[in-house]
Design a protein around this ligand. Structure first.
Ligand code: SF4
Length: 208
């Protein structure tokens, strides 16, 4: 583990956030399964990182009750209802858009379930590849807005200006012309409840 990661985990400790390091996604998935009781209910926000870990499938298969808004065949209304229920589950999981070396965690959200779950669930496990680490909070916000969100819009085919050219046009990205993805922003600077928030940092590139 390099010095930069040691410092980041130390910084989290002072912010009441528990930082854990795993060498790869397989190790990270095992760690998540270990941290969550088999009887716990789970809510999550979808992300490429979570997909790469395959953690939702693993939790479902071993019998955890998972609020899965991506269950095939459900209506839009049901999808939104499950997102809301997921934020009240025993554990909430997700991945940030960026992490600053100084320890802040940045999440952008369209519907807000991710923000609600991460900021308020009883227990939270955040997972991220080291590619999401930036120098400071400003560059973390910049990464989320100018790099991660345009790629997410592309992936999910959202009608945004960045979907068209890969560049953020914040000033014109408004309704009804566009379906803006960056509607809410959460920056976690610290956590008041001990043991509530854990971050698993993975020593490889995951998501974007
Ligand atoms: S504000 Fe709009 S254009 Fe800019 S990154 Fe967000 S969704 Fe894309």
């Amino acid at each position: 583990m390099d010095e930069r990661i040691n410092k980041l985990i130390d910084s989290w400790k002072k912010r009441n956030i528990q930082g854990l390091y795993c060498n790869n996604k397989e190790e990270a998935a095992r760690k998540m399964l270990e941290l969550v009781p088999q009887t716990a209910s789970i809510g999550f926000s979808g992300s490429v990182t979570m997909d790469q870990l395959g953690i939702v499938k693993m939790l479902t298969e071993r019998g955890n009750s998972v609020f899965n808004q991506y269950t095939p065949g459900i209506t839009r209304e049901e999808n939104l209802r499950i997102r809301r229920l997921g934020t009240q589950a025993d554990y909430y999981m997700g991945s940030p858009n960026a992490i600053s070396e100084t320890g802040e965690l940045v999440f952008f959200s369209a519907y807000g379930n991710r923000i609600s779950g991460i900021s308020n669930a009883r227990k939270v496990i955040i997972v991220a590849g080291i590619n999401k680490i930036t120098q400071d909070l400003d560059s973390a916000l910049k990464r989320a807005r100018e790099y991660a969100t345009p790629l997410n819009c592309k992936r999910l085919e959202w009608n945004t200006p960045c979907f068209k050219d890969g560049t953020c046009h914040n000033d014109i990205c408004l309704f009804p012309e566009y379906k803006r993805m960056c509607c809410q922003i959460l920056v976690i600077e610290a956590e008041v409840a001990p043991e509530r928030l854990k971050v698993i940092l993975v020593g490889e590139e995951l998501g974007f």
